[in-house]
Design a protein around this ligand. Structure first.
Ligand SMILES: NC(=O)C1=CN([C@@H]2O[C@H](COP(=O)(O)OP(=O)(O)OC[C@H]3O[C@@H](n4cnc5c(N)ncnc54)[C@H](OP(=O)(O)O)[C@@H]3O)[C@@H](O)[C@H]2O)C=CC1
Ligand SMILES: [Cu+2]
Length: 482
């Protein structure tokens, strides 16, 4: 829901709102941005600074005092200062006693210090209640309001009341607080913004590996083989023909790999007869990056579409068409029209268009700004039902592409089948297993397991231990059907 304070300055505040004074230590980028946002949301803001001069950069309506004076004005103090400068707090021990200190700091490297910044602050000031919050929100996002995908604010702290007060502020700013527990969680929260695309790494390496494999495979079949056998120079195929083989194959395999972990998870649950056992780590990680896998696949599908659209303007294609026509004129003989070939060709294109359209739809609905607008059932419907339909259409598109040549021994070169045949292995396997899984007898058992039923009730104890909830959550939040 939109927060009314997001873009408007507060109009008239009533007296109780006016009393909500928050102190911010540090007039740097983050302190100023947060102060500006708080002012808009009805708080009065006092800055603590080394120089007490009001600067034009500071939001008007705020006050700048020395650190110790500012601290006296509020019992909540937001520390928008880098950790390296925390040592001066020792001089403020007395005035900061009993105050709620909100540590927003981040580091430059993962695990830069033995203890988290928030724990360090708590050690420096044992009399204060330290709460970690706001570190995943950037100063830029606070000012520009570009918080669509990152409204979540991780909060942790040892004092429940202090944490609650900070969470109230977070809510008032139109953000979503996520309670992460005690201050021990601060380290993880501080590492979070430093991770570089953690969920994109696996899809990236996987797609690179697929591209490289299919590229060399196609080079052997389409360039080296004709050269060795007929001394034909086909190297020009490196520019468009081979990429336009590698990209759709990568897209199809990646799309199938979005749905493979869900199928493996279902088989594991059926085999174990319970949902309360943790999935292996690799499977959990794989399930968590399905969205990224899907988006990378969509990128490759997009490239395939563009490469396909330019086919008619290629010199090689125009040359071949002219040559065939000329040969037919010289021979005074034309090709008969073959209805089955026309059917195959049209169905191939049509399946491709529909598959790509649904693929786009899947990609768009997985974007946070769109998925926030649909409810959970709608999201699951799109990601699961439409997802399988997309996979089916794209697999059919590839099968029909093979058409009459499909599995014909004449297509083998050095015993190597066409690349698209290899590309079909995983998608077909996923579709076949999924088809088996939705058979009523198996589907019923799986649904019962997912509702908590256990084949072997002894297992139920294990449900209460460990992090079994993680696996079941990964299963049901990232679409149990996927
Ligand atoms: N910028 C961002 O987008 C985000 C920043 N953060 C965190 O917020 C904190 C502040 O970041 P940011 O505002 O960008 O940093 P800045 O360098 O812009 O500001 C830091 C402020 O710290 C104060 N300060 C106190 N003592 C010292 C000292 N000895 N030397 C220098 N400065 C001192 C200064 O305020 P004064 O001159 O008034 O004393 C200074 O403006 C950091 O811990 C950072 O990790 C967290 C999330 C996002
Ligand atoms: Cu295609």
């Amino acid at each position: 829901m939109e927060n009314p304070c997001a873009n408007a300055l507060p109009l008239i505040m009533n007296s109780s709102q006016k009393q909500k004074t928050v102190c911010i230590f540090g007039t740097g980028d983050f302190g100023r941005s947060l102060g500006w946002k708080m002012l808009q949301c009805g708080y009065s803001v006092v800055f603590g600074s080394r120089s007490c001069q009001m600067s034009s950069l500071l939001p008007s309506g705020t006050e700048v005092l020395s650190y110790s004076e500012a601290a006296r004005k509020s019992d909540i103090i937001i520390i928008a200062i880098h950790r390296d400068h925390y040592n001066f707090f020792i001089e403020l021990t007395e005035v900061l006693n009993g105050k709620i200190l909100v540590d927003v700091s981040n580091n430059l490297k993962i695990n830069q210090y033995p203890e988290s910044n928030a724990e360090y602050l708590a050690q420096l000031l044992p009399g204060a209640h330290v709460v970690k919050a706001f570190n995943t929100i950037s100063a830029w996002a606070l000012q520009s309001g570009a918080l669509d995908a990152s409204r979540q604010v991780f909060v942790c702290g040892n004092d429940t009341k202090a944490k609650q007060r900070v969470m109230d502020i977070v809510r008032t700013l139109g953000l979503t607080p996520l309670d992460q527990g005690s201050l021990m969680a601060a380290k993880e929260i501080e590492n979070y913004p430093l991770q570089l695309f953690p969920m994109w790494r696996f899809p990236f390496y996987l797609s690179a590996a697929l591209c490289i494999f299919f590229f060399f495979y196609s080079v052997i079949r389409d360039i080296i083989y004709p050269y060795v056998n007929k001394k034909e120079d086909n190297t020009f195929r490196l520019a468009i023909s081979i990429p336009n083989r590698v990209f759709p194959i990568t897209a199809l395999v990646l799309l199938a790999l979005v749905y493979l972990p869900g199928v493996i998870a279902a088989i594991l649950q059926l085999y174990r007869g319970t949902k309360y056992h943790r999935f292996p780590h690799w499977l959990n990680h794989w399930m968590l990056c399905r969205k990224q896998l899907g988006l990378v696949a969509l990128g490759f599908a997009f490239l395939h579409v563009i490469y396909t659209l330019v086919i008619p303007i290629r010199y090689y294609v125009r040359w071949r068409l002219r040559n065939i026509t000329a040969t037919q004129v010289i021979d005074k003989k034309d090709d008969p029209f073959i209805t089955s070939t026309a059917w195959l060709s049209d169905s191939y294109v049509s399946l491709g268009i529909l598959g790509f359209f649904l693929f786009l739809l899947l990609g768009i609905t997985s974007l946070p700004s769109v998925s926030n607008m649909v409810n959970w059932r709608e999201f699951r419907f799109v990601q699961s039902k439409l997802g399988y339909l997309t996979l089916t259409l794209c697999t059919a598109h590839t099968l029909v592409y093979g058409g009459k040549r499909f599995l014909s021994p004449s297509a083998l070169r050095w015993y190597l089948p066409s690349a698209y045949i290899l590309a079909l292995i995983i998608p077909c396997a996923v579709l076949v297993i999924k088809f088996i899984l939705i058979m009523p007898c198996i589907d019923n058992t799986l649904t019962r397991i997912r509702q908590g039923w256990e084949r072997n009730s002894k297992c139920s104890k294990s449900a209460l231990f460990g992090k079994s909830d993680v696996s079941s959550k990964a299963e049901c939040t990232w679409a149990s059907e996927l």
